[in-house]
Design a protein around this ligand. Structure first.
Ligand code: ADP
Length: 450
């Protein structure tokens, strides 16, 4: 096991990783920008190093500063968390070249899955179902037209270099394709410096379903079930739950097995998530995230497995201790992402927290780095807390989450708690009747009604 781990992140996820280190008896090094000098992750760590000014490009994304901090502190491994450098293959390779362990997958797997076309190709080779579309970048309009005819309208034109929900053009009919194709290429060049685009079938009422995996890089891999993250705002997840309420036990089992087999064939190392869209009984691969995800706690609550501890053990070279048959799922879990935004306008609203009271009681977990007096700076992601609940069934779980939302008090910065209460009590959410576009339509109707 490692002696000392440097955590190259901030906020709730840095605190989450610190907790796993402490449970394992490993020392911790926090890094922080000047804006985060008094942040919770800095206070809780055994040591801390300032790595630069507030803008992430000069601090949390500054590879050289982070490596220097690891060297000065004598860390033997780096955990990247999510976001920032977590899916940067060059950084992972640099960490390993410096003789440190990178708590994550092998650089080549990060690189493959980080390229949309390569990832789709890899998924096909691994026998995973993918969204029908062009096998590679489109070179001519004729090729785009032929592919669209083959898969059927509506279609999406996606920028190869796109990401974070940007660089996608929806085309409803053949008449609009030529102009959309040219515009999409132009926008891809302007936005990402790369005009390559590809085309795939647009699914118009999908659910987002993803499978959590763990592999030891020594040929052993397991799945830890799926999560349903269908409630999304601008392709950003808002509510996540496990198990996916829309799947049958057989579908759930088959999907998990198929992904686990694929990860064994790949020789995957570490934690990862394989994401699918699900519509009319069919799954289609969209991407693989080669890191820990924001929504990992829902899987922890239904499986009883500490994903961060497992990540660290794997990176330390230990073989996977879990056999697929020994992994059991119990009850239902849900997570809500609370962001520092105005609940009405949904505009960012950072600030200094003047009052803080976290909920508790049966079935409740709070992952947050907030405290009374903490500053929510304007420079980073607006996620300030994750509220997670467990119950023996979905309805008990939902009610506990609602109870916790009613107890939660955060004053001094914006919070989306009032909006989340509306969502949890919406009839469609209670009845599990929604697709990935539901929240967008809900918010539009809400804005019109006020
Ligand atoms: P990004 O890397 O930008 O996050 P993804 O390919 O993961 O791009 O897609 C982000 C989101 O866009 C998905 O969660 C889904 O809501 C939507 N999406 C992507 N591809 C399709 C598709 N073929 N049909 C319908 N929606 C899609």
């Amino acid at each position: 096991m490692f002696r000392k781990i440097l955590i190259a992140n901030r906020g709730e996820i840095a605190v989450r990783i610190l907790r796993a280190c402490r449970d394992l008896g490993v020392q911790t090094v926090a890094v922080h920008s000047t804006a985060d000098a008094a942040a919770m992750h800095v206070r809780l760590a055994d040591e801390s190093v300032c790595i630069g000014p507030p803008p992430a490009g000069e601090s949390y994304l500054n590879k050289a500063s982070i490596l220097a901090a690891a060297e000065i502190a004598g860390a033997d491994a780096i955990h990247p968390g999510y976001g920032f450098l977590s899916e940067n293959a060059d950084f992972a390779a640099m960490v390993e070249d410096h003789g440190l362990a990178f708590i994550g997958p092998r650089p080549e797997h990060i690189r493959t899955m980080g390229d949309k076309i390569e990832a789709k190709r890899a998924a096909l080779e691994l026998d995973l179902p993918v969204v029908p579309g062009s096998p590679g970048p489109l070179t001519t309009f004729e090729e785009a037209s032929a592919t669209a005819d083959e898969v059927g309208y509506p279609v999406l034109i996606k920028a190869v270099a796109g990401g974070g929900g940007r660089g996608m053009t929806l085309v409803w009919s053949e008449a609009d394709l030529e102009e959309a194709y040219r515009t999409a290429r132009g926008e891809a060049l302007a936005g990402f410096g790369d005009d390559r685009v590809y085309l795939e079938k647009y699914l118009d009422h999908p659910r987002h379903i993803e499978v959590q995996v763990l592999g030891d890089g020594q040929g052993h891999a397991v799945h830890l079930g799926e999560r349903d993250c269908t409630l999304q705002r601008r392709h950003q997840k808002v509510l996540e739950e496990a198990p996916a309420p829309i799947l049958t036990a057989t579908q759930r089992h088959e999907l998990g097995e198929r992904v686990a087999v694929a990860m064994r064939r790949l020789g995957y190392r570490g934690a990862g998530t394989v994401e699918f869209l699900y519509q009319d009984g069919t799954f289609a691969f969209i991407e693989m995230n080669t890191r820990l995800q924001v929504e990992h706690p829902v899987t922890e609550l239904v499986s009883g497995i500490d994903l961060v501890v497992e990540q660290i053990r794997i990176a330390a070279g230990e073989p996977l201790r879990l056999g697929q048959d020994a992994i059991r799922f119990d009850g239902h879990a849900m997570e809500l992402r609370i962001t520092a935004e105005d609940s009405e306008t949904l505009l960012p609203m950072p600030g200094r927290v003047t009052y803080y009271h976290a909920p508790g009681g049966p079935g409740i977990r709070v992952d947050s780095a907030l405290y009374a007096g903490a500053v929510v700076p304007p420079y980073y992601d607006s996620l300030i807390a994750k509220l997670i609940s467990w119950g023996p069934d979905r309805e008990t779980c939902r009610k506990r989450l609602l109870r916790a939302l009613q107890e939660y008090v955060i004053e001094g910065c914006g919070t989306t708690i009032p909006l989340l209460r509306e969502l949890l009590t919406a009839e469609d959410v209670q009845a599990n009747r929604y697709d990935t576009g539901w929240l967008g339509r809900f918010l539009e109707a809400r804005a019109r009604g006020r």
